[in-house]
Design a protein around this ligand. Structure first.
Ligand SMILES: Nc1ncnc2c1ncn2[C@@H]1O[C@H](COP(=O)(O)OP(=O)(O)OP(=O)(O)O)[C@@H](O)[C@H]1O
Length: 336
């Protein structure tokens, strides 16, 4: 649905010669219906990538394809039309304070020349979706931060975009309100089928709603993939940060990371492994948490004595939703 192909963006360096390479060759593939998180430290290029995606900036080189159409080299006229295919929710809400809630939601439709009755109908439907029907005639200053962001979500959806971009959409909110707004974004994804791209520095946002994620560092994608796969990968930096579970390997111990998803988290696989394969197993690290609506359990285990790795692999291959990755020799990393 969205393909980013060797995207670069450079800015002239301030007060000198040369350039700042904010994006250094980004390749990304975001599938239809995903909630895709883009995370990274400050200065890694998140905002620049977002501004390229919502067509506020032109890339220096590379392409952005939305449903096969190249958006990176459009004329100004075509660009305006294409911008409507991408709705953005901003950190600071960016509402028009002299307009009522409903008039804010109608605003993008007014700009697009949509008829008054149709504008009104669509705004009412969206206000119902975000739970603000009773606030339709209020002004933004009469709303809480969470309510203002709900208006921001409704407004971003008004032009029926293919993609909803969320730019640090919950960073200005308190934790309880953050959860409500994230739940709303997940509901929008589920009920309207809109693809969502979330740019954030908060891993908790990825943990709560993202199905896939990419880690950006120094203007490059360091790793990306389905969140559950990243979490199950013993050498994934992002997977470890999302669900830190300590680590087991010391001095050549035979160790493995076992990851269980969904109902498999609650199965007694550890005692069965010991009994069926005839191995002694010690638990040396672990964590169970909810990630993107699914329970995921990660357990670092150490095998004592002789262990038949093929037999262990066969045991886990027969268990649905449980995977094993041998971590012997993998550099130790201790989670928070
Ligand atoms: N308009 C600009 N002119 C010059 N340099 C810029 C511009 N915008 C961004 N940069 C530089 O590009 C790099 C990436 O910045 P960007 O704002 O995209 O990072 P970020 O990951 O969003 O950071 P943060 O989380 O702090 O907002 C930084 O070195 C920044 O100084």
């Amino acid at each position: 649905m969205i393909v980013v192909d060797e995207l670069t963006k450079s800015y002239p360096a301030t007060g000198g010669t040369g350039t700042i390479d904010a994006l250094r060759g980004i390749d990304l593939r975001i599938d239809e219906g995903e909630v895709f998180g883009i995370v990274g430290p400050s200065g890694s290029g998140k905002s620049t990538l977002l501004r390229c995606l919502n067509l506020l900036e032109r890339p220096t080189s590379g392409r952005i394809l939305l449903r096969g159409e190249d958006l990176s080299h459009l004329s100004e006229g075509r660009l305006r039309g294409s911008r409507r295919r991408i709705g953005t929710v901003f950190q600071q809400f960016n509402l028009l304070h002299s307009r009522t809630v409903r008039a804010n939601v109608e605003f993008p439709l007014e700009v697009a020349g949509v008829r008054r009755t149709e504008r009104r109908d669509r705004a009412e439907t969206l206000l119902e979706l975000v739970g603000l029907t009773d606030k339709r005639d209020a002004f933004p200053s009469q709303l809480s931060g969470g309510q203002q962001q709900r208006v921001g979500v409704a407004r971003a959806l008004a032009a029926e975009p293919d993609v909803l971009l969320c730019d640090e959409a919950t960073s200005a909110l308190d934790p309880a309100t953050t959860e409500q707004v994230l739940d709303l974004i997940a509901t929008v994804n589920r009920t309207l089928g809109v693809t969502i791209v979330v740019v954030t520095h908060e891993l908790s946002v990825v943990r709560r709603i993202c199905t896939s994620a990419a880690l950006l560092d120094g203007g490059r994608i360091v790793e990306s993939g389905p969140v559950a796969d990243l979490v199950a990968d013993p050498v994934s930096r992002l997977g470890d940060a999302l669900l830190p579970a300590g680590v087991g390997e010391q001095n050549g111990d035979v160790t493995a990371l076992v990851t269980a998803r969904g109902s498999a988290v609650a199965t007694p696989w550890l005692s069965r492994l010991s009994r069926d394969v005839g191995v002694d197993v010690a638990v040396v690290g672990g964590r169970v948490d909810r990630v993107a609506g699914t329970d995921i359990g990660k357990l670092h285990v150490r095998f004592d004595g002789d262990v038949d790795r093929d037999a262990v692999d066969r045991f886990f291959a027969a268990l649905p939703d449980v995977t094993v990755a041998w971590t012997t020799g993998v550099v130790a990393r201790v989670g928070a």
